[in-house]
Design a protein around this ligand. Structure first.
Ligand code: PLP
Length: 402
C-alpha cells in the first residue's frame, strides 16, 4: 500500500498535498485510505464538472477503452470529430485544436495569435497584452503571459513582448494596445487571481479596442468554461465574443484534455507542421469530453447551476456574518470566492486545512481568498452538509485564535 509519506520520498516537491490519500469517490463525496469520508467542493480544481464517477462518463470511458485508444494525428478519429462538431455547434468557433491541458491550449492560442499577425502584418506585431493577477498555465510562454510574477521568477529570461495591465481597467488597456499588439488575453473571471469577475463594460471595451487595432481577443476559459458559470462558456454569459477561446479542466470532467477554439479565417494560419502535440485529440479523451458536453450543455444543468449558486451564496453569506472571517461571496455560477477579512489575510491555507479536518474540501485562490468550484450537479444535501462542516471548522479556528 502507498502512504502519504511516499510522496516526499518519491516525488519532485512541486506540490504539498494534504496529509491523507484519496482512494475512492462518488458524486461529491470522496474517501481516504482510512475510510474517512469528505465532501468535495474543489471539483479537482474546477475539473470534475459532473462530480466523481458520473455513470455516463464511466460507461463512455469503458466503451471507448474497448474500441480504440490512440492513433496519433497521422490519422483522424471519430470521437475527436464528434467532439469538434459539438464544440463548433455550441459556440462561435468554426475550428478546433485539441491538446492535453489548459497551458497547452493557451500556448497554442498565443502562438497562433503571433502567427496570424506575422502572416498578415510581418514581424512588427507580436505583443500580447495580459492582466495583472491572471493565470494562464505553467509552460514558459504561459507563465510569461500570466500576470503573477511568482510563477515566472527564477526561470531565466521570460518570453519577450508581453505587457501587463491592471484587470478591469479599460483606460489602462486602451493605453497598452497599439499597432504592435497581436492579442489581448483575458479570463472572464480571474480564477487563481482571486475569483474576480470581469465587468461587462470591460470585456465589451476590450472587444472594441482589439477591433480598432486589428488585435485578436483571446478568452482563457480554462476555469470558467464547460458550464461553470451557468452558460457553457462565460463569453456567452457576457455576450462578448472572442476570436480565440481556450478550454480544458472541466472539458474532460477528470480526463485530461484541452482545446483551442477559433474561427476558420484564424485557424487557417496553423497549416500542417506549424503546431501539434502527440496525444492531442486522443479518442479516449475526446469521447469522454463529448459525453461531458452531452450532459452539461443542457437547460437542466444551466438552471441547476443558478439554483446551487444561490444555495451556496446564501449560506456562505450567513457564515460570513456569523464568523467574521470572510466577506460576501463573489464570482459567477459555481466559481465562488470568499475574500478573507484583513485580520485573516494570508490564512486561506489554514482554513482549507481546518475544513478538511471537519470533512469538507475547499480551494484557495491565493492566500487571501477561499474558493469553491464544486460539481455542477452537486446534490443539494451535500451543499447543506458541507457548509455545516465548514461552519464547525470556522468555529474551531476562531476559538483557537481568540
Ligand atoms: N488558465 C486558467 C484560467 C487556469 O485556471 C489554469 C489552471 O488553473 C490554466 C490556464 C492552466 O491549466 P492546466 O493546469 O490544465 O495547464
Amino acid at each position: 500500500m502507498s502512504v502519504r509519506a511516499d510522496f516526499d520520498r518519491l516525488m519532485v516537491p512541486t506540490y504539498a498535498p494534504a496529509p491523507f490519500v484519496l482512494v475512492r469517490a462518488e458524486g461529491s463525496r470522496v474517501w481516504d485510505s482510512e475510510g474517512r469520508e469528505r465532501i468535495d467542493y474543489t471539483g479537482g480544481i474546477a475539473v470534475n464538472v459532473l462530480g466523481h464517477c458520473h455513470p455516463v462518463l464511466v460507461e463512455t470511458l469503458r466503451m471507448q477503452a474497448g474500441e480504440i485508444w490512440h492513433v496519433s494525428n497521422a490519422y483522424t478519429n471519430e470521437p475527436a470529430l464528434r467532439l469538434a462538431r459539438r464544440l463548433t455547434d455550441a459556440t462561435f468557433a468554426e475550428r478546433v485544436f485539441f491538446c492535453n491541458s489548459g497551458a497547452e491550449a493557451n500556448e497554442a492560442a498565443f502562438k497562433l495569435a503571433r502567427r496570424v499577425a506575422f502572416d498578415r502584418d510581418g514581424e512588427g506585431r507580436y505583443e500580447i497584452v495580459a492582466a495583472h493577477g491572471s493565470f494562464h498555465g505553467r509552460s514558459l510562454f504561459t507563465v510569461s503571459v500570466g500576470g503573477q510574477p511568482k510563477y515566472s521568477e527564477g526561470f531565466g529570461p521570460a518570453i519577450d513582448g508581453i505587457r501587463h495591465v491592471p484587470f478591469n481597467d479599460l483606460d489602462a488597456l486602451r493605453a497598452a494596445v497599439s499597432g504592435s499588439t497581436c492579442a489581448v488575453v483575458l479570463e472572464p473571471v480571474q480564477g487563481e487571481g482571486g475569483v474576480i469577475p470581469a465587468d461587462l463594460e470591460y470585456l465589451q471595451g476590450a472587444r472594441d479596442i482589439c477591433n480598432e487595432h486589428g488585435a485578436l481577443l483571446i478568452f482563457d476559459e480554462v476555469q470558467t468554461g464547460v458550464g461553470r458559470v451557468g452558460e457553457l462558456y462565460a463569453y456567452q454569459h457576457y455576450g462578448v465574443t472572442p476570436d480565440i477561446l481556450t478550454s480544458a479542466k472541466g472539458l474532460g470532467g477528470g480526463f485530461p484534455i484541452g482545446a483551442m477554439l477559433t474561427r476558420a479565417d484564424i485557424g487557417v494560419h496553423f497549416p500542417p507542421g506549424t503546431h501539434g502535440t502527440t496525444n492531442g485529440g486522443n479518442p479516449l479523451a475526446c469521447s469522454v469530453a463529448d459525453a461531458v458536453l452531452s450532459v452539461v450543455d443542457s437547460d437542466e444543468v444551466r438552471r441547476g447551476v443558478i439554483r446551487r449558486r444561490a444555495a451556496f451564496v446564501d449560506q456562505l453569506d450567513a457564515l460570513a456574518i456569523k464568523h467574521g472571517v470572510f466577506g460576501p461571496a463573489r464570482g459567477l455560477g459555481l466559481l465562488i470566492g470568499c475574500p478573507l477579512h484583513d485580520n485573516w489575510k494570508g490564512l486561506a491555507k489554514v482554513i482549507v486545512t481546518a475544513a478538511a479536518e471537519e470533512g469538507v474540501l475547499l480551494l484557495q485562490a491565493g492566500p487571501d481568498v477561499l474558493r469553491f468550484a464544486p460539481s455542477l450537479v452537486i446534490d443539494p444535501q451535500d451543499i447543506d452538509e458541507g457548509l455545516r462542516r465548514l461552519d464547525r471548522a470556522l468555529s474551531k479556528i476562531s476559538e483557537a485564535r481568540a
